[in-house]
Design a protein. Structure first.
Length: 319
C-alpha cells in the first residue's frame, strides 16, 4: 500500500533544508515495528503536510517486502526514509551502500543506536523534522564481517565470541523480563568458557580473547570518523570476572571494566576451534570458525543534520 502526498504550496509550511535538493522522497513505514505503531502512516503524512515536498508513503508488509523495496529504489527519489526496526533499516542501508540513494533511518526500533547518533533523539517525529529542515549528506562509516558463507555489513557494532551470548539477556532485562534474562544468563555462562578467540589486529601480534567487539566511529566517540573501528578485546579469567563484565554490559560502560582493552583498527581476523557466536548490529548469528572484519569508511550515505563541531574544533576556529 502506497500513497503519494503532494503538499498544497499555498498552505503554510515549514522550511526545507537547502543543502540537498529535496523535491521527492519515499518513506517506508513498518507499522508492526515495536517503536512505530499502527497509526504511523497517518502520523508520517501529518508531519509531511507541513513541508513543500512530494512524498510516497509505503506501509511495508512481510509478503510484499522485496517488491516494495525494489519499487522504492526504482523511484530514484532524492532521499529514502525508513521508519522501521533496526534490522529493516540496516537491510535498506546495506542495499543502498555508498553509491545508492540517501537513507534516513528514523528511530523506529528498540535500540535505535544509529538513529540516535544521527539525529540526537529517539523520537521519530522529531528526527523526521530535523532531517527535513537541516538534513545533509553524511558519510556513515561501518564495518563488514566476512566468513566463508556470508558477508554481513554493520553500522553500529559487531560482538564476536562467547560474551555475545549475553545480548539476549541484556535485551530481556531492558524489557523487564527478568526470569527470561536469568535463563539467558545461565546459558551464556555455560558456554562462556568453551573456547577463546584467536585474533589479529593491524600492526599487532596474534592474541587470544573471550570476545572481540568492533564499534563503528559513528557510534564510538573514542575514534575519529575516518580512523577505523574501535576494537575492544574482553578477557575474563573465571566466573566472577564474567559476571562483573556482564553487569557492566547490562548497566554500565563496559570500557571501564579492567578486563577490557581498546584500540583502533581497520582490519581484524578472528578464528576459533568451533563456530563463533556473534551479534551484528543487534542480530544474533553464528559465524564459521574463521572470519574477517573490514572497516568501510563509507558504508552508506545518510540524510541527517551535520554533526555539531567538537569543542576543540570550535576553539581552534575561534567560536
Amino acid at each position: 500500500m502506497a500513497e503519494t502526498l503532494t503538499v498544497d504550496e499555498s498552505s503554510p509550511e515549514r522550511t526545507l533544508t537547502t543543502t540537498v535538493p529535496l523535491g521527492t522522497i519515499v518513506v517506508l513505514v513498518n507499522p508492526l515495528s515495536g517503536g512505530v505503531g499502527a497509526n504511523a502512516v497517518a502520523e508520517v503524512e501529518a508531519v509531511l503536510a507541513d513541508y513543500p515536498v512530494t512524498a510516497t508513503v509505503v506501509a511495508l508488509t512481510p509478503d510484499d517486502f522485496d517488491d516494495q523495496l525494489d519499487a522504492a529504489f526504482a523511484a530514484k527519489a532524492d532521499a529514502l526514509f525508513v521508519l522501521a526496526g533496526d534490522g529493516t533499516a540496516g537491510t535498506i542501508a546495506a542495499r543502498a551502500g555508498p553509491k545508492g540513494p540517501l537513507v534516513a533511518p528514523l528511530p523506529g526500533g528498540t535500540m535505535n543506536m544509529l538513529p540516535k547518533a544521527l539525529y540526537g533523539t529517539g523520537d521519530w517525529k522529531e528526527a523526521l523534522r530535523r532531517a527535513l529542515e537541516s538534513g545533509t549528506e553524511i558519510a556513515v562509516a561501518g564495518g563488514r564481517v566476512v566468513d566463508a558463507t556470508d558477508s554481513r555489513p554493520f553500522f553500529c557494532a559487531a560482538i564476536l565470541g562467547a560474551p555475545a551470548l549475553w545480548a539476549p539477556a541484556r535485551e530481556a532485562v531492558r524489557t523487564g523480563r527478568l526470569r527470561l534474562a536469568w535463563l539467558y544468563g545461565v546459558r551464556a555462562m555455560r558456554r562462556a568458557f568453551s573456547g577463546r578467540l584467536r585474533y589479529t589486529l593491524v600492526g599487532e601480534h596474534p592474541s587470544r580473547t573471550e570476545a572481540l567487539v568492533l564499534i563503528s566511529p559513528t557510534i564510538s566517540r573514542a575514534v575519529d570518523t575516518g580512523g577505523g573501528l574501535e576494537a575492544a578485546a574482553m578477557n575474563t579469567t573465571g566466573a566472577a570476572e564474567a559476571f562483573r563484565l556482564a553487569a557492566h554490559a547490562l548497566f554500565d560502560d563496559w570500557r571501564h571494566d579492567p578486563s577490557v582493552r581498546t584500540r583502533t583498527t581497520r582490519y581484524a581476523s578472528v578464528s576459533a576451534r568451533s563456530r563463533i557466536p556473534a551479534v551484528i548490529d543487534g542480530e544474533p548469528t553464528l559465524l564459521e570458525s574463521e572470519a574477517e572484519v573490514i572497516f568501510e569508511a563509507v558504508a552508506f550515505r545518510a540524510f541527517a543534520p551535520a554533526p555539531a563541531p567538537e569543542p576543540q574544533a570550535e576553539a581552534e576556529a575561534g567560536i
